[in-house]
Write a protein that binds this ligand. Structure first.
Ligand SMILES: *Cc1c(COP(=O)(O)O)cnc(C)c1O
Length: 465
């Protein structure tokens, strides 16, 4: 399998290049040159397999011709999901006649990002070990990516990890899951700014080629192709395990950076018969306005009860844009430049009309989100975290269409105890392995939203250079 940049000006790359570099040198994101095909018969044959067997099957074609043998891949995948605390790894739970929760929060940091990042950590370790290299990972997080990336990279000999998060805009549990990790290769940076500021600084570091080369920079945030790949597997697993014969399927995805829902798009491109992908947004509704109204214009980010979705510029959207623009890298590059300069995506109305074949979008504000948490708790006795609640609310706003709707439950309710308690009157408990989290010591460096300050801090602490 070969990969190209969405901006068209890099040569074809191997999986290993794409894994280790994250973002393409022309500022674009990597995508495979073709979609591996999984037939309906092959999908049906996934039903009796374990979750890890399904991952191995789905991921294999993307990493062909690399330093990873079949036996090694099996071992890496088994280790990646070893610490998940539900035997099904991604269990399905029925909510009503045609709505299901796909619980993606049984990993070490209680959010769906563990699915991709645990796998990514294992792949990095393996490939770097074989090459004898050392990397500096820098990432931006609006909450859950940070802890999941840190857990995936901690104590690995060939990596340092620097994680930027917006000071005061992540929940206490999210912050502590990052800042209480005691490992020599983990550095937390609390930035005086928004998540988009954090993300811009990371992009600026990558755009500085001298810095990028001297630090051997890499990314594990949701622009890394391997993360999309790792998430695609649970769409197949959910379809194969759903106990409704011949069901038509749609997936409802609480969306921020567009990585998770783009993994669903990838599954569909590979042959999984998905009728609709429902993009669920909070008040930061740029994607809703794109899919629903054909307008993509940037407004200020506003904090909400679902902070991992408080995003205006969803980086993975560029991968969909690449397909909407018929895989014309120059056209993507031009569109993204205009979008960045003017804050408005050109030709959005036409592009959105085309995207509506598969996508639709819904939006919930905080009051609606709290209502969903309360009503699901009252009716079913299930506590939802606010991100999952936005998606359940989005499913409810979408007219029934004869499909079974699989809602991606992206975080454990105990990651957002204040919102859950406010809505349902019940404070969710952290699972036993995290029960002493609020008493552990924290460490983080607070820095201004300033490129030089962040660059100097990273250069002073990174081992590779
Ligand atoms: C990251 C995150 C999201 C958004 O996922 P994207 O892939 O960025 O769209 C939704 N819910 C939770 C709990 C998250 O951590």
């Amino acid at each position: 399998m070969k990969y190209v940049s969405t901006r068209g000006s890099t040569s074809e790359q191997t999986f290993e290049d794409v894994l280790l570099s994250g973002l393409a040198r022309d500022g674009g994101l990597f995508v495979p040159t073709e979609w591996p095909h999984v037939s309906l018969a092959e999908i049906a044959a996934l039903a009796p397999l374990s979750y890890t067997q399904i991952v191995t099957r789905i991921v294999r074609p993307f990493i062909e011709d690399t330093l990873v043998s079949d036996a090694e891949l099996t071992r890496i995948v088994d280790q990646a999901y070893d610490e998940f605390r539900d035997p099904a790894i991604a269990p399905l739970r029925q909510l009503d006649d045609d709505t299901w929760l796909l619980e993606l929060f049984h990993g070490p940091t209680l959010a769906f990002k563990d699915f991709a990042l645990q796998l990514l950590g294992g792949l990095f370790d393996h490939v770097l070990g074989k090459r004898g290299e050392h990397l500096t990972i820098v990432g931006a997080t609006s909450g859950d990516t940070g802890s999941a990336a840190i857990e995936a990279c901690r104590d690995r000999d060939n990596l340092d990890i620097f994680m930027l998060f917006p000071e005061g805009r992540v929940s206490e549990v999210q912050r502590r899951q990052m800042t209480t990790v005691q490992a020599e290769n983990v550095y937390n940076i609390a930035l005086r700014g928004t998540f988009d500021d954090c993300q811009d600084l990371v992009k600026a570091m990558f755009a500085d080629h001298a810095l990028r080369d001297s630090l051997n920079l890499s990314a594990v945030n949701s622009i890394n192709w391997a993360r999309v790949m790792g998430q695609t597997a649970y769409y197949f697993a959910a379809a194969a395990k759903l106990p409704v014969p011949d069901a038509k399927l749609s997936f409802v995805v609480p969306t921020g950076n567009f990585g998770n829902v783009y993994a669903g798009y990838t599954a569909r491109k590979m042959g999984l018969p998905i009728e609709k992908l429902v993009v669920a947004s909070n008040r930061n509704d740029i994607l809703y306005r794109f899919f629903d109204q054909g307008d993509m214009s940037i407004t200020a980010v506003e904090p909400s009860l679902s902070p991992s979705m408080d995003i205006q510029v969803s980086s993975n959207f560029e991968r969909l844009l690449f397909d909407l623009l018929d895989r014309d890298g120059a056209a993507v590059s031009a569109a993204m430049q205009t979008f960045r300069a003017d804050g408005v995506l050109p030709d959005a109305s036409r592009l959105s009309a085309e995207a509506r074949d598969l996508f639709l979008a819904q939006r919930l504000d905080d009051v609606e989100t709290l209502d969903v948490i309360k009503s699901v708790h009252d009716d079913c006795g299930i506590l939802l975290d606010p991100h999952t609640a936005v998606a359940v609310g989005a499913a409810r706003k979408t007219p029934r269409d004869g499909t079974q709707r699989i809602v991606l439950a992206t975080a454990h309710p105990a990651k957002f105890p204040d919102a859950v308690e406010k809505a349902a009157g019940v404070r969710p408990d952290l699972p036993p392995h995290l029960s002493d989290l609020l008493g552990r010591d924290e460490s983080a460096e607070t820095l201004d939203n300033d490129f030089k300050a962040v660059r100097d801090y990273v250069c002073a602490h990174a081992a590779s250079q």
